[in-house]
Design a protein around this ligand. Structure first.
Ligand SMILES: *Cc1c(COP(=O)(O)O)cnc(C)c1O
Length: 427
């Protein structure tokens, strides 16, 4: 373990809450000291002691074309040289909107915001304003940012830290939130039978990425579309993580199911803070200034963030670029399964484009939160620390998805598989 990281963490804890600025970074569920990073290039990151790692966290998803891609760096620098923020419209915002619309045809109108949380928060308000209804339905283990109304049976850090919701969220705020098990369409039908007239929206991660990685069953998403059409509720895909990853056009392209609203984040900013809410024009135009549902942001559509997102998506949208990264992800998972098999370790893997999940289980059915909770948590912790030691950086929680970038190459693959071979042997 890095000495310098330990020193920096000790100091950080005196000034920052828990030494970190986002809960899941704190290594609470795996133990040990978070590794402090100082630089990244392509698929690799370097810690403060100079140790190199192949990175499968990629800032929890945003870096779809790897660290410090020259095109992204240049776009940010050139833009910064002309001013970092105006509080007035810029051409870059429209350019990014046009590109997103080309990739996700279900999006007719977009509002840029600053984070995925903000996109989800605005989606709930807009759906309520549009439908005149108050209830929202979400799924167990799905995470939609730290939005009060959605912090119920949520994934990501909430699972990692074992917080069932959060103090500070009034019961009056969550009493309009309904929850159902993920991938259980009958559970949804039952809730609609009872509450259908008052449900404004169904929010779903079409590829759940905050309870490890669980792609929805196609029939589940098709069922949600049908139920929403019948009842007048809006179907909201939270593609903050799956957008530009499950497929270039997101999970909505992968499944061929069109939501009314889409929440975006992570890749859309290419490593700078961006979120976006998009969808049917008739619904989106309910937002201020065209409509009465209020939403605003001082730094929304920030030029640096737009430039970073544009450079990232333009690169990713070139022929074969995303497809090659998907194929690489497939080879990674095949390689890991082969090595786990040889070591006699039951390992199940999931892939959705350039997102992946690793499950230490011999179950052949991992479709919901309980299935993930039943995996071998202790084995994951040993795997995590073994891989970290061997120079492979995975998220410090069995409830997070893994990510691949277009910069992951043969060298990164053989480094990872060699490391896994040694670590599996010790498990
Ligand atoms: C990361 C994430 C969010 C929250 O985005 P932030 O930018 O962290 O606020 C929301 N929904 C999903 C599916 C996410 O993965």
């Amino acid at each position: 373990m890095s000495n310098r990281s330990e020193q920096l963490f000790t100091e950080a804890q005196r000034h920052l809450v828990g030494g970190v600025n986002s809960a899941v970074r704190a290594f609470r569920s795996v133990g040990g000291t978070p590794v402090f990073m100082r630089r990244g290039e392509g698929a690799w990151i370097e810690d403060v002691d100079g140790k190199q790692y192949v990175d499968y966290v990629l800032s929890y998803g945003p870096l779809a074309i790897g660290h410090a891609h020259p095109e992204v760096v240049r776009a940010i620098c050139d833009t910064a040289a002309s001013g970092t923020s105006f509080g007035a419209p810029t051409e870059l915002e429209t350019e990014l909107a046009v590109l997103v619309r080309e990739l996700m045809p279900g999006i007719e109108r977009i509002r840029m915001v600053n984070s995925g949380t903000e996109a989800c928060m605005s989606a709930v308000r807009l759906a309520r304003g549009y439908t005149g209804r108050d209830r929202v339905l979400k799924f167990r283990g799905n995470y939609h940012g730290h939005v009060d109304a959605l912090l119920v049976e949520a994934g990501s850090g909430v699972l990692t830290l074992g917080i069932p919701g959060s103090p500070g969220v009034p019961a009056s705020v969550t009493e309009t939130t309904l929850t159902a098990p993920f991938n259980d369409i009958d559970g949804v039908r039952q809730l609609f039978a009872e509450y259908g007239d008052s449900i404004a929206a169904v929010l779903v991660e079409p590829v759940a990425g905050n309870m490890n990685c669980i792609p929805a069953l196609p029939a589940f998403l098709e069922g949600l579309r049908e139920i929403c059409d019948d009842s007048g509720a809006l179907l909201v895909f939270d593609e903050v993580m799956s957008g530009f990853r499950a497929a270039l056009g997101g999970a909505q392209a992968w499944y061929g199911v069109r939501p009314d609203l889409t929440c975006l984040g992570k890749v859309i900013g290419g490593g700078l803070p961006v979120g976006a809410l998009g969808g049917r024009a008739e619904v989106m135009d309910m937002l201020a200034p065209t409509g009465p549902v209020y939403q605003a942001g001082t730094l929304s559509g920030n030029p640096l963030a737009m430039a970073s997102g544009l450079a990232t998506l333009r690169n990713l949208a070139r022929p074969d670029v995303h497809a090659n990264a998907e194929a690489w992800t497939g080879r990674l998972l095949t390689g890991l399964r082969e090595r786990a098999d040889r070591a006699g370790i039951p390992l199940r893997t999931h892939q959705a484009g350039t997102m992946f999940g690793l499950f230490f289980t011999d179950s052949d059915r991992v479709i919901g939160f309980e299935d993930v909770a039943n995996c071998d948590a202790e084995r994951f912790v040993r795997f995590f620390h073994g891989m970290l030691e061997a120079g492979v950086y995975l998220a410090p929680s069995a409830f997070e998805a893994g990510f691949v970038s277009t910069a992951h190459d043969e060298a990164a693959l053989s480094h990872t598989l060699d490391a896994a071979e040694r670590v599996f042997a010790d498990l």
